[in-house]
Each structure stands twice: as structure tokens, then as C-alpha cells.
Design a protein around this ligand. Sequence first.
Ligand SMILES: [Cu+2]
Length: 470
Amino acid sequence: MITRRKFLTSAGALAGSAAVLQKLGSAQEVRTREPNKPRETTAAANRNKPLIERVDPKPTLPPGEAGKDYTPVITPNNISLPWKVIDGVKVYHLVAENVDHEFAPGMRAKCWGFNGHVHGPTIEAVEGDRVRIYVTNNLPEATSVHWHGILVPNGMDGVGGLTQKNIQPGETFRYEFTLRQHGTQMYHSHSDEMTQMALGTMGMFVIHPRRPKAERPDRDFAFMLGEWRLDTGTSRPNPNEMTDFNVFTFNAKIFPATEPMVAKLGDRVRIRIASVAVMDHHPIHLHGYQFRVTETDGGQIPESAQQVETTVLVGVGQSRTFDFVADAPGDWPMHCHMTHHVMTQMGDKFPNTIGVQPGKLDEKIRASLLPGYMTMGTNGMGEMAEMHMKVPRNSLPMVGAPGPFDVIDMSGLLTLLKVREGITSYEDPGWYQNPPGTVAGIATADQLRRDGIDAPTAPSAPETHHHHPG
Ligand SMILES: [Cu+2]
């Protein structure tokens, strides 16, 4: 059995000495500094050192191969963009186009994405690869593609009007550069951004290290965060929205349409989270685990600077990567901790009625104003999930999906990590079967009496019922 402690120590290999040296000047240089030479001189000299050597770029290496050079990344609910190797160059083709996208069964929208996907497929490559990326514009307006966080020659930066001509509808542009870094990066349109990105024109760009400082992960998952304004009954995300978003997504899906991350007990798991739009930062919290934040947008963090966390804040335009060993079996939520971000379509403006005895009020509002209305704080939001048939056209209940015990009162930015012992495939294994005696349940009168807890027992003290539909 692999212990968490052991992993935390061995992950030290991630030390990223290169990054340390780039930041501090080489250890050699510090050691050989003349004793009487003022420290400021060295510091000043180091301040002028670039983090990545641009003058003499690292050479292009042979194309990195899956399995041999890296463990392929998994983008739940999406794919990696296919490529072919032509004369030692990895060649990709992105097509910006209209996509009829399903956020979850019952909620579709006319979005803009790439190659039939929202968001676009993940571009995957290896440090040292030479990449050539063709971009065809099938959108109704001009676009361009910016390689967010990637160190490229200025003319390959993809900023419409500034570093290149815009790609007109029907045109195909060619971008080509050598990847001189590793890490979790992104791509997105950089023309009419507010509109194009609100509709989904973005994706992830994962660059594996050529020689990783740590053991490779067994499971490597990539998620792009998203937020949208999709008014109930409409089918076009609204780019004019500045603050009040109502659909929050992992890889453009809302729970329960988010594909779970499945891992075998003892697997080394990596999770990459990236955000490039629109207005909110998202504190992403994983239950049941502590993890090491091992990478920022700049690549591997030296071990001495890695933080052990349970929640990592991903700001707009940033990526964060964390690693852990899957040593605790179960169904563990990973979700944004902004409580409104695990909701869907909260846009209906009603006063706060918590504590009010609704009486017949809910029924009257449902009949005359809003079919799905309910007073908050009465039956849990999960009740909304059961009203599926009554909500307005092309919208979803505010929250909720059936779980193994009750309705789960969350939606939006929520997915599940499913860790199992002895599985032979990474197909969704269904709900976790808890070992007997390890599930919270109703306290019996005997237990309350034994521990001197003065609380009423349930009227009929029913046995805790534990059912497994899946
Ligand atoms: Cu959030």
C-alpha cells in the first residue's frame, strides 16, 4: 500500500532545480563568488537573467512519443487534437466553427468552438517539439488564435491586428514554433475576444516535460473552467454579461454530465486546471485528499516552494497543476467552492424567503410566474432536480442530480474523483460501495443516551437505508 507520506517525500524529485537555478543564478556561481565581492553585484546580475533563454533557443528535438516520453493527458468530456508528424514536425489543424453544444442533457446552446468541440480539443505536445498548427476560420467573423502562456516569436503570438492580420472567414493561417518550455497552457481567439470567448473559442495546450523531475503520473487529467450567461429558454450564450453568470462548467459540462475521473487505488494522479475567461476566479476544492501544487503557468515548482493544499485558487488567465497518490477509495467531489458556482441558472430574481413558511406560496408562483419556483431553505435545492419536467424550455433545475443516498444538492462546477481498489478498467465504476459501518447515519436512542446527548430521536428511528442504483 502506498502511503501518502511516502509520496509527499518522493515527489521531492519534482524539485525543478532548473527553475531554481534560473531564478537564483547557478549554485556553482554562488559558491565560487569571491568572498569580498559585494552580494548586491551578484543579485543585480541575476536579476537580468531571463527565466527562459531566448537568445539561444533550446534546439528542436525529435517528436516526443506517447508512452515513451509521457503519459497522455485525459481531457474528460473532450479529446486531444489529433496530429501527424511531417518531416519531424507535429502538424495540427484547428477549425474554428459553430458548435451545437450540450452542457448537460436538457440544456443545449449554439456556441463557437473548434473541431466540433466546446471548448476546443486539448493540444498535447512535448517540450522540444516543433509544432505547426493550421487554423481554419469557419466562424461568421474574423478571428485569430493566441497561444496563451507559450513562449513564441512575436509574429506567432496570434493577436489579431497587432502581431498578424485577422484570419477572415474561410481563410486558413499557419503558425509554427518550437516548444521551449513545459506546463499547462491554453489557446484562445484574440479577435473580438469578449464575444468569441463568451461563446467558447478556447482550449488547453498541455506541454509535457521532456525529462520530468518526478515520476510520471498514472492518470493525468485536464480541465478548463468556464462560465456562461444562458438565459432560460434561450440558446445563445450572452457575451454582454459582465457579472451575473448562471452556467459554470468543467470542460464545458455541468454536473452530472461531467465525466468522473477514475483512478485505481495507489495511482499517481495529476490534475491540471486552467481558466482563461470570463470574470471569476475559482477556488477548486478536492475532498478526501491533500495535494501538492506542483506547477504554475511557468512549469514545475521546486519542491521547497510547493504548497500542500486542499483548495487551489485558479485565477482568470492562470493554470494550476496538483499531484497526489490516490490512497483513499471512494467517490470524492472536486468542485469550485464559490457556492453559487455549483448552481445552475440562478437568474430568476426573487427575494430571500429563508425562514418563511411558504404555505401555498410556492404552488401559486409555480402556477402563475415560474414553473420551477420553490422557497429556499425548505426542502433543499435538490427538489429542483425532481421538477425537471416543469422547468422552462432549454434550462436545467438550479441544482441537483440523483445520488446513491439522496439527491445531490449541487450542479455546475462539480465533478467526481472515483478511486477504486482492484479495478481492471477506467470505465465509470458506478457508485462507491462503502465498507459496513463507515457511513454517517441516524443516531439511535441508545447511542444518544450512552453519550449524554440531549436530542430528540427520530419519530420512528428508521434504519439508515443505503441503496446502490448503479
Ligand atoms: Cu467558482
